[in-house]
Design a protein around this ligand. Structure first.
Ligand code: BT5
Length: 321
C-alpha cells in the first residue's frame, strides 16, 4: 500500500482513514501503524478525528520516495536504496552491481562510517551531507569513455548552481572547490571480477549542511559546505534530483560522442591558467596548467615542453617573492 502516495495525491487535504483502508484493503489499525511509521521517518502528518490524515510536510532526507517525486530521469535514480548508516555507499553499490542491479541504481546514505577517498584515503561523512553512489554499466570501453569524474563534477556543479545560484569551481580531476576549499569529492571505481569491468561505481560526496564544528580541526582550513558558503541550510533532495537529471543528460550524450562538458569544466576551472605542482604516481611535475584534453588529461607547460597527465593531486604553486 502506498500510503504516502495516497496522502500526496490530496495536497493540503484530509484523507479519511476509512478511505485509505478501503483503497488499500487494510484495517484501520494497519493504516494507523503505517502513519506512525511515516512519522518516525520524519513526515509530519496531522490526524483529526472524523476527518482523517493530512500530510503537512516531508523530511529533507534522500529517501527514494522523495527523490522520485518530480524526478525527470529515465534511468538514473529509478532504482534507489537509502541507508541511515553504512560503511561506504561505493562498497554497497559494488555488492549490488555484482548481484546484477542495473545501470542507474542509486545508493544513498545519511552517514558513512568508513567513507572512502582516493588511494586509500578517508572521506568524512557525518549526517547532513549527500553521500551517494551510482552503478554504471558503460557500453563503451573504458578507453573510449570520457573522463567520468569530470563529467560528474560538471553535472554536480550545474545542480548546485540551479538550486542555490552559487557555482563552485571544478578542480581537476575529481573535486568541486570554493574559496580554495574542498566542497565535493568524486571517486570512480571499477566493479567486477578478475579484471573484467562489469560496472563502474561512481561515488560522490557533497558537503551540504555541515557546520564548521562538523569538520575536525585539521580539515577546517581545507573543507567547506554549501551551508558555510551560503550562510543558510540547503535542501538536499532537490539537489540530488537535479544532479541525477544533469548527470543522465551528460552521460547519455557521451554515447553520441558529445563532450561539451569538458568546455564547461574548463570555463569554471580552479586549475587551468594556474601554476601548479601535480603529484602523480610518486613523481611531481610542475608547470602551468594549459588545457584539458578530450580524454580528460591535464596538459601542463613545463620547462621541458608540454606534459599530459592522466590523474594526480594538484597543488597550486604561489609565485616566488
Ligand atoms: C575524494 O578523494 O575526493 C573522493 C571522495 C568520494 C566520497 C564519496 S561519498 C560517497 C561514496 N562512498 C565512498 O565511500 N566514497 C564516495 P580524495 O581526492 O582522495 O580526497 C580525500 C581527502 O579529502 C581526505 O584525505 C581529506 O583530506 C579530505 N576530506 C575528507 N573528508 C572530507 C570532506 N567531507 N570534505 C572535504 N574534504 C574531505
Amino acid at each position: 500500500v502506498d500510503l504516502l502516495a495516497a496522502l500526496r495525491a490530496a495536497p493540503g487535504e484530509f484523507v479519511s482513514g476509512r478511505r485509505l483502508a478501503e483503497e488499500a484493503g487494510l484495517s484501520r489499525a494497519a493504516i494507523w501503524k503505517g502513519i506512525e511509521e511515516l512519522r518516525a521517518r520524519g513526515y509530519v502528518i496531522e490526524a483529526l478525528p472524523h476527518r482523517g490524515y493530512r500530510l503537512i510536510s516531508a523530511p529533507d532526507r534522500p529517501y527514494p520516495e522523495e527523490i522520485w517525486d518530480g524526478l525527470t530521469t529515465v534511468r538514473f535514480g529509478r532504482r534507489a536504496i537509502y541507508l541511515p548508516s553504512v560503511g561506504s555507499t561505493n562498497d554497497e553499490a559494488k555488492r549490488l552491481a555484482a548481484a546484477g542491479w542495473p545501470e542507474g541504481t542509486l545508493v544513498v546514505a545519511e552517514e558513512q562510517t568508513a567513507g572512502k577517498g582516493r588511494l586509500g584515503r578517508g572521506w568524512l561523512s557525518p549526517p547532513g551531507g549527500l553521500w551517494f553512489s551510482l552503478i554504471l554499466r558503460p557500453e563503451l570501453s573504458l578507453a573510449e569513455l570520457g573522463p567520468l569524474t569530470i563529467l560528474a563534477a560538471v553535472a554536480l556543479r550545474r545542480a548546485i548552481l540551479a538550486e542555490t545560484g552559487f557555482g563552485p569551481l571544478v578542480k581537476w580531476p575529481n573535486d568541486l572547490v570554493a574559496n580554495g576549499k574542498k566542497l565535493a569529492g568524486i571517486l570512480a571505481e571499477a566493479g567486477g571480477e578478475l579484471g573484467r569491468v562489469e560496472a563502474v561505481i561512481l561515488g560522490i560526496g557533497l558537503n551540504v549542511n555541515q557546520d564548521e564544528g562538523d569538520f575536525p580541526p585539521p580539515l577546517r582550513p581545507h573543507a567547506t559546505s554549501l551551508r558555510l558558503l551560503l550562510g543558510r541550510p540547503v535542501a538536499r533532495v532537490p539537489l540530488l534530483r537535479t544532479f541525477l537529471a544533469h548527470f543522465e543528460e551528460l552521460y547519455l550524450g557521451e554515447r553520441e560522442g558529445r563532450r561539451d562538458y569538458l568546455v564547461e569544466a574548463a570555463a569554471h576551472s580552479a586549475t587551468l591558467g594556474r601554476r601548479v605542482r601535480v603529484v602523480t604516481g610518486g613523481a611531481a611535475v610542475e608547470g602551468t596548467a594549459l588545457r584539458l584534453d578530450p580524454d580528460g588529461a591535464l596538459v601542463l607547460r613545463t620547462g621541458e615542453g608540454t606534459v599530459r597527465i592522466l590523474t594526480g593531486e594538484v597543488e597550486e604553486v604561489r609565485a616566488e617573492e
